[in-house]
Design a protein around this ligand. Structure first.
Ligand code: MD6
Ligand code: FE
Length: 216
């Protein structure tokens, strides 16, 4: 094959293990990126992004909305899953088909064959937004994996151990990268470093993250 100077080879998706149970599927969501972003826009038209309160009374820097049967929410009462948006009282929008297909496909590729998410948390990072180290532990069944999709401007993911004090490794995540996470890695601490200012052709200055989980 001949390629001139301006042609770019489109790299194949590849799997990059982080530890036992967790893998980054590089560029897995590349080809569906624009469709996923259209789905985000559709959901956010019904339930707009908002910055929620932590139980400790802080306002999160990341703006969130949800779709699927169960939405993850936080306020002064704590973290939990709910059928309805606590602001409007209306049920969360259904998960777009392209979301479900991407999540089940990524899980299967990572070795989790029967993952059926009932919850999708949509995180929107603007420059300066970050997410502190935390565990995902509001779900009923820790045997179910998590599928996490990065879209838009790149970010640095912090991937720690099972103890808060374990020093996290830094994992760069770019548009289309999908992290699948389960088994012995399911309760590892993780977070996202402060988003730097940059520009992505599909999202401007934003980074979006879709977190698919089986809540119940
Ligand atoms: C984010 N992700 O990437 C936040 N949780 O914006 C998460 O909190 C996360 O990426 C569990 C598993 C994978 C994740
Ligand atoms: Fe998380």
């Amino acid at each position: 094959m001949t390629m001139d100077l301006f042609e770019q080879a489109s790299p194949e998706p590849r799997a990059e293990p982080l530890c036992e149970g967790a893998v980054v599927l590089r560029r897995f969501a590349d080809t569906s990126g624009a469709e996923l972003l259209a789905g985000i826009e559709r959901v956010a038209k019904q339930v707009p992004f908002r910055q929620m309160q932590t139980p400790g009374g802080h306002t999160m820097s990341v703006a969130m909305t949800c779709c699927g049967d169960w939405g993850w929410v936080t306020d002064r009462q704590g973290y939990r899953y709910q059928h309805q948006d606590p602001v409007s009282g209306v049920p969360w929008p259904a998960m777009p088909d392209v979301f479900n297909a991407l999540a089940t496909g990524a899980a299967e590729t990572a070795g989790y064959a029967s993952f059926q998410p009932d919850s999708c948390l949509i995180n929107r990072y603007s420059p300066g937004a970050k997410m502190g180290l935390h565990q995902d532990r509001d779900e009923e069944d820790f045997d179910q994996p998590i599928v996490s999709v990065s879209l838009g401007v790149p970010a640095t993911f912090q991937f720690g151990g099972l103890l808060r004090g374990n020093r996290p490794q830094r994992v760069p995540l770019a548009h289309g990268d999908v992290v699948v996470w389960g088994g012995p890695a399911r309760l590892r601490y993780h977070g996202v470093l402060t988003l730097k200012t940059s520009d992505h052709p599909l999202t401007g200055s934003y980074r979006y993250n879709l977190t698919f989980r089986r809540a119940r």
